[in-house]
Design a protein around this ligand. Structure first.
Ligand SMILES: Nc1ncnc2c1ncn2[C@@H]1O[C@H](COP(=O)(O)OP(=O)(O)OP(=O)(O)O)[C@@H](O)[C@H]1O
Ligand SMILES: [Mg+2]
Length: 260
């Protein structure tokens, strides 16, 4: 049985879907079989993030209503054969029960090493449905107080579930602003949340502008390297976290800082 990890946040728009998509890709490129599940029913965008929206014929709601088999609803990524997506584009999540969702997830776990669930924003029914089906959680936050406060609330809520691990990813980190003390650093987030920070992901213009990480051209980018470090943590328990401030240190870093 594969591991099931929910990617959640509390605050919306912090990068859950982007991280679910890229982390899935990094895990698959490292040799794992990965299935991504868009639990943001009706407001899905994981298909867009992966750049495969045109290939989705059936979704979670079709599986729930018996209109197709689960395997028919899975879309394999064209550039990454070990990465598949179960989308949820149809409105109508109201009828999707926690029990049905959990049974879909356990079926997926039989043929994947990792099932990553992209959680909807907020803490209502969709959140509970997604979290109940998982056995580990990654909380995504940005390095600003409002986002960290919501992550803290979510972390309190997660204590009520039987999760084996709850860990944090700090996304959209501007290393120059961390060095100036204008946004929180990894250590600050870790002490505020009292949870391990297992990833620090830089703010990246390509990610912001391209809307789809499915076509991220530069696998050597800082962004993708930070994600592969999270994938190593997930697969092998490594503890190194990408240092988003490194490129702003020293003489060259000084000029980069003033150029921003
Ligand atoms: N590291 C990053 N650098 C730059 N832009 C980013 C980064 N991560 C995410 N974004 C951008 O932030 C926006 C929100 O990302 P995303 O949709 O992944 O957030 P979300 O948490 O899934 O949102 P929602 O709560 O609405 O589901 C997108 O425009 C995305 O391209
Ligand atoms: Mg999302």
């Amino acid at each position: 049985m594969g591991r099931c990890i929910v990617v959640t946040s509390g605050k919306g728009g912090v990068g859950k879907s982007t991280i679910t998509g890229t982390l899935g890709m990094a895990l698959a490129e490292a040799g794992a079989r990965v299935t991504l599940v868009d639990a943001d029913v009706g407001l899905n965008n994981l298909d867009l993030v992966l750049g495969i929206e045109g290939a989705v014929s059936y979704d979670l709601t079709d599986v729930e209503r018996g209109r197709c088999r689960l395997t028919e609803a899975l879309v394999t990524h064209p550039f990454c054969e070990d990465l598949a997506l179960l989308s949820s584009r149809a409105l109508g999540g109201a009828t999707l029960t926690q029990k049905t969702f959990a049974s879909v997830i356990s079926a997926l776990r039989r043929s994947a090493d990792y099932v990553l669930i992209d959680c909807p924003a907020g803490i209502d029914e969709g959140f509970h449905r997604a979290v109940s089906a998982a056995d580990e959680a990654l909380i995504v936050t940005t390095p600003v107080p409002a986002s960290v406060r919501d992550a803290d609330k979510v972390s309190d809520l997660l204590a009520a579930y039987r999760l084996r691990r709850v860990e944090v990813i700090v996304n959209r980190v501007r290393g120059d602003l961390v060095l100036k003390g204008e946004v929180l650093g990894v250590g600050d987030v870790m002490s505020a949340l009292r949870l391990p920070v297992v990833g620090s992901v830089p703010e990246d213009d390509e990610v912001l502008l391209s809307a789809t990480v499915g076509r991220i051209s530069d696998k050597e980018s800082e962004y993708y390297r930070s994600i592969t470090m999270i994938a190593s943590h997930v697969m092998m328990g490594t503890s190194a976290v990408y240092d988003c401030t490194a490129r702003y240190r020293g003489i060259i870093g000084f000029f980069r800082r003033i150029a921003r």
